[in-house]
Write a protein that binds this ligand. Structure first.
Ligand code: F6P
Length: 319
């Protein structure tokens, strides 16, 4: 193993830069040449890459986004695009690849590995929607961002005696809503894994109001329904003025939390070590505070389970 490539693909996540830094510096420590590929698999197809040295990853451990930039590549999944990527790998004598991203990125990694290119995946997505790992890089930072927003909305909602529907990201996974809702003391948490009963939410708003609560924060995951329709229904049925805040892409930005920087540093280092051990087609994860690795196929076949106890806890505590 002499030369390895590193790329970030799919939606960016805070902590990607810390992982890139760890890959580059661990690679250099082991006398490898590191090629930084721009804009994910698109850059691999186009041969958009540069040598990386220790200096090129200085001052990025704390920065959000990804210095390698990112893209969701459709071309890579076509026969023609994939062939071009293999050609670039050959031309640059790449002996292995490390790819940072979510499930789409990992499907690309599987394809490369099946074609004989040693490839390792690092889970980076704010959604925390990968079943095989307790946490993905970027998730905890997104949760912190949502908690900060909930705190601010609570201030103004209390002043006006309003309810607030806070829509958060997560695709079909409710983890951002669940963790941020619990930590932010939301009155209601609505997630795709459970769904919701509009009347039950309205009853909770009214019960809260009758108990003297000045605000009602409803955290709704984007995959579960329309926040504007819900707000309208609450206002109609309870008479409580209800505002909507869609947090959107602010959840993807910002300086990564300590947790994400540490996870990213550990996984970045381990990914290079796996390549040096001639491993391929594997992804990194974390279970019970240990860094683990397993086959991509196995990881992608696992079905994410809801942390029901956390959901029930949030419900009990919000009464
Ligand atoms: O997967 C990360 C994520 O931020 C999801 O939570 C969200 O649904 C999606 O990406 C948004 O994608 P885009 O940045 O392409 O709009």
């Amino acid at each position: 193993m002499k030369t390895i490539g590193v790329l970030t693909s799919g939606g960016d996540a805070p902590g990607m830069n810390a992982a890139i830094r760890a890959v580059v510096r661990t690679g250099l420590y082991n006398d490898l040449r590191i090629l930084g590929i721009q804009r994910g698999y698109d850059g691999l197809i186009k041969g958009a890459l540069d040598d990386m040295d220790s200096e090129s990853v200085a001052d990025i451990v704390h920065r959000g986004g990804t210095v390698l930039r990112t893209a969701r590549s459709e071309d890579f999944m076509t026969e023609e695009g994939f062939k071009k990527a293999l050609n670039v790998i050959d031309v640059y004598n790449m002996d292995g690849l490390i790819v940072l991203g979510g499930d789409g990125t990992f499907r690309g990694a599987q394809k490369l590995s099946d074609a004989g290119i040693p490839t390792i995946g690092i889970p980076c997505t704010i959604d925390n929607d990968l079943a095989y790992t307790d946490y993905t890089i970027g998730f905890m930072t997104a949760v912190e961002t949502v908690i900060e927003a909930i705190g601010k909305l609570r201030d103004t909602s209390s002043s006006h005696g309003r309810a607030n529907v806070v829509e958060v990201m997560g695709r079909n996974c409710g983890d951002i809503a669940l963790y941020a809702g619990l930590a932010g003391g939301a009155e209601s948490i609505i997630i795709p894994e459970i769904g919701y009963d509009e009347d039950a939410i309205c009853r909770k708003v009214l019960t809260g109001k009758n108990m003297g609560k000045l605000h009602h924060i409803i955290v709704l995951a984007e995959g579960v329904g329309n926040s504007f329709e819900l707000a309208e229904a609450i206002e109609d049925k309870t008479g409580v003025e209800t505002k909507v805040t869609v947090l959107g892409h602010v959840q993807r930005g910002g300086s990564p939390s300590a947790f994400d920087r540490i996870l990213a540093s550990q996984m970045g280092k381990r990914s290079v070590e796996l390549l040096l051990q001639n491993k391929s087609g594997r992804v990194l994860g974390t279970k019970c505070n240990e860094i683990i690795d397993l086959e991509i196929r196995e990881a992608l076949n696992m079905k994410k389970k809801l942390n029901r106890e956390m959901y029930d806890t949030a419900n009990i505590l919000s009464r």
